[in-house]
Ligand binder design. Structure first.
Ligand code: NAD
Length: 366
């Protein structure tokens, strides 16, 4: 298989974790005889500095020519006081909207050797294997009208049937290839958009008799995610509820540094990125944990390229590195020596292909 991947390293630790993930992608390409053409472009603060725009036209064009995009992270104190249009995060919102990346997937899975890092009791965490499917391009964050005066402010929560149908269908499809359980999260006791959401989930149910469906109010879901996270398989919800619940779910496993994410369009084009941010205080030190970005590459292989075996290979290699007691400083305990980003990446590469020598990555920015 031959695929084009645009890599957007971004800011802070973004370039460091992305460099590791690109090496892993190359190792998988070599082992399974695929060619991944990789091109680099800027986004976020780096793009503001170089092009005066957090999402330059050149970056959009390069992504348009690609089959998938891998992103590091954006933001940092340098740009914190910029105007809204010149904030690094604006680049992220714009790329999601431009490419109609309506389905945001965030898997949360217990990694046995990391369970001790969780703030929850071991027994609650060890069974956790859930996937949050969040609608990403509609709802309160994009609804019109939207205005603010000194006396009043308005945000609008708007969802069309089409927007709900496509995310719900996506979640049913994902549930059927997992454990066949779908939890649809809403606030149907109060909100009209939630009532339409619930109605559409019930309509779609007939097409997926192999999927067990439950409706759950967002407030009680927030509690159950902490008291019984192992009970969930796939959760599907609208934009703002998904934003909050996925951040809540991200602490279950105990490390931000291991959580990948995907934002996908209906033709499977997708943007893949770690859940964490640019961690400016550790940027440039070579100690960032690249696991979340490496696992984001596994998601790219699975969801955009349909390469399930290759994706599983990466996930096993990451788990094996942890199980062998190799950790970066964010996860190392007093009994374990902390590895640098490069050293930990080498452990993962070694699991995939002991003979693989990672080439020096030539980074060119447009
Ligand atoms: P953060 O995720 O960058 O960092 C939170 C904490 O986790 C910090 O202590 C950091 O050192 C640590 N951490 C995060 N990723 C790590 C990794 N891979 N390895 C080791 N430690 C890691 O969140 P923050 O501090 O709230 O935000 C910092 C900047 O990142 C801000 O400018 C924020 O706007 C931006 N941000 C960007 C994204 C994104 O690009 N998608 C997401 C969240 C935050």
């Amino acid at each position: 298989m031959e695929k084009k991947v645009t890599v957007l390293p971004g800011d802070g630790i973004g370039p460091e974790v992305v460099a590791s993930a690109v090496k892993v992608l190359q190792a998988i390409g070599k082992k399974f005889h695929h060619t991944f053409h990789i091109a680099y472009a800027t986004i976020g603060g780096a793009a503001i500095d170089q092009h005066g725009d957090p999402l330059p036209q050149e970056t959009i064009e390069l992504c348009e020519e690609s089959d998938a995009v891998l992103l590091g992270a954006v933001g940092g104190p340098k740009w914190d006081h910029n105007t809204a249009e010149l904030r690094p995060e604006k680049g992220l919102l714009r790329i999601r909207k431009h490419f109609d990346l309506f389905s945001n997937l965030r898997p949360v899975q217990a990694i046995p050797s990391l369970i001790k890092s969780s703030p929850l009791k071991d027994d609650l965490v060890k069974e956790v294997d859930l996937l949050i499917v969040r609608e990403l391009t509609g709802g309160l964050y994009f609804g019109e009208p939207r205005k603010r005066t000194n006396e009043e402010a308005i945000d609008s929560l708007v969802y069309s049937r089409l927007e709900i149908e496509r995310i719900v269908e996506n979640a049913f499809e994902l549930a059927r290839v997992r454990r066949g359980k779908l939890t649809s999260v809403d606030k149907a006791n109060v909100l009209e958009t939630s009532r339409l959401w619930r109605q559409i989930v019930d309509e779609k149910k007939a097409q997926y008799p192999d999927v067990e469906v439950e409706h759950s109010l967002v407030d009680s879901t927030a509690m159950k995610l902490i008291t019984n996270p192992g009970a969930y398989d796939v959760l599907v919800t609208e934009n703002m509820f998904g934003d909050i619940l996925s951040d809540e779910a991200s602490v279950i496993t105990g490390s931000l540094g291991v959580l990948p994410s995907a934002s996908i369009r209906s033709d499977n084009f997708g943007l893949y990125e770690p859940v964490h941010g640019s961690a400016p205080e550790i940027a440039g030190k070579g100690i960032a944990n690249p696991a979340a970005t490496i696992l984001s590459v596994a998601m790219m292989l699975r969801y955009s390229f349909g390469l399930k075996e290759e994706a599983t290979e990466i996930e096993h290699a990451v788990n094996a590195a942890f199980n062998d007691g190799f950790f970066t400083s964010d996860l190392a305990t007093s009994g374990n020596q902390a590895l640098t980003t490069d050293e930990w990446t080498e452990k993962v590469l070694n699991k995939i292909d002991p003979s693989f020598v990672s080439d020096s990555i030539i980074t060119t920015y447009i």
